[in-house]
Ligand binder design. Structure first.
Ligand SMILES: NC(=O)c1ccc[n+]([C@@H]2O[C@H](COP(=O)([O-])OP(=O)(O)OC[C@H]3O[C@@H](n4cnc5c(N)ncnc54)[C@H](OP(=O)(O)O)[C@@H]3O)[C@@H](O)[C@H]2O)c1
Length: 262
């Protein structure tokens, strides 16, 4: 991998943790960001113990909190031990009818998935453009491809990310600064338990491991690709989604969501 130092948000668990481990294995120095400092310290110790002189910083911060976000923004823009890879991975989403969600949950979802991602991407692209080199990865979702009843806010935040990533990739085309958007489908992490999703009936073939998603995401970024849908089954679903008339997609998803929530 071509990077010297990567900053990964949401590195304490799931896909972010898997990406941090794969980057470390490839000799990329790291800055690990999430709220749970103990988990980050534990991971940092494990990575440093690899013995290759890897530098791993821990930056415990809540990206939904303005002070936490500002601290991470400062680190992204810093000229000391500069970041040449930003992985915007931290994210969350609650399942359930929109009107029944707590207003704070809605704000938290938009704060982390949208506002923090935009501010960190802005800080990174500003400094990377000045340096003439760098990469930003945006972790979106298959949920970005259509409105999703019962996870409406989450899907809308991800649609924002996919749209932003597509535009920013083109803005930086033909330069050594690139933006890659990653669209995972169902991935085995802590995500669904945190957001109280009920996916008990979902067939196991529809799931990927965090390691598999991380590997596909980093490969796509290393090749400066605009976008990657991870997993063959998700790529097939994405093609279907792009071909099916919007009204039909909406009716199928709406029917399924109402049936499950009755
Ligand atoms: N799992 C899936 O099926 C799936 C599918 C498509 C896309 N994705 C996307 O993949 C990304 C990673 O999710 P995951 O599945 O790996 O979930 P996860 O296991 O729940 O991990 C989420 C990570 O985000 C961090 N995080 C959450 N809120 C934060 C906050 N306010 N400030 C800082 N860090 C915060 C968490 O750390 P702390 O709790 O320590 O802060 C954790 O490290 C998300 O953007 C998600 O939308 C997941």
């Amino acid at each position: 991998m071509q990077w010297e130092r990567g900053l990964v948000t949401g590195a304490s668990a799931g896909i972010g943790r898997a990406m941090a481990m794969q980057l470390a294995a490839a000799g990329v120095d790291l800055v690990l960001v999430a709220r749970n400092g103990d988990r980050l310290e534990e991971l940092a110790e494990e990575l440093r113990a690899g013995g290759s002189g890897l530098e791993v910083e821990v930056l415990a911060a809540d990206l939904a909190d303005p002070a936490g976000l500002a601290a991470v923004e400062d680190r992204v823009a810093s000229d000391e031990a500069p970041i040449d890879l930003l992985v915007n991975n931290a994210g969350l989403g609650y399942e359930g009818p929109f009107h029944a969600q707590e207003a704070d949950q809605v704000s938290e979802t938009i704060g982390v998935n949208v506002l923090a991602l935009v501010r960190l991407t802005h800080a990174a692209l500003k400094t990377m453009t000045a340096r003439g080199k760098g990469q930003v990865v945006l972790v979106s979702s298959m949920a970005s491809l259509q409105g999703l009843p019962m996870t409406a806010v989450y899907a809308a935040t991800k649609a924002f990310i996919t749209s932003l990533g597509e535009a920013l990739h083109e803005e930086h085309k033909s330069t050594d600064v690139t933006v890659t958007t990653v669209l995972p489908g169902l991935t085995r992490t802590e995500f669904h338990e945190r957001g109280r999703w009920d996916l008990g009936n979902w067939p196991s073939a529809g799931w990927q491991s965090a390691d598999a998603v991380a590997a596909e995401a980093l490969r796509a970024a290393a090749n400066s690709r605009p976008e990657v849908v991870t997993g063959l089954h998700n790529r097939l679903l994405a093609v279907f989604s792009s071909k099916a008339p919007r009204g039909i997609r909406r009716s199928i998803l709406g029917w399924n969501a109402r049936r499950n929530w009755r």
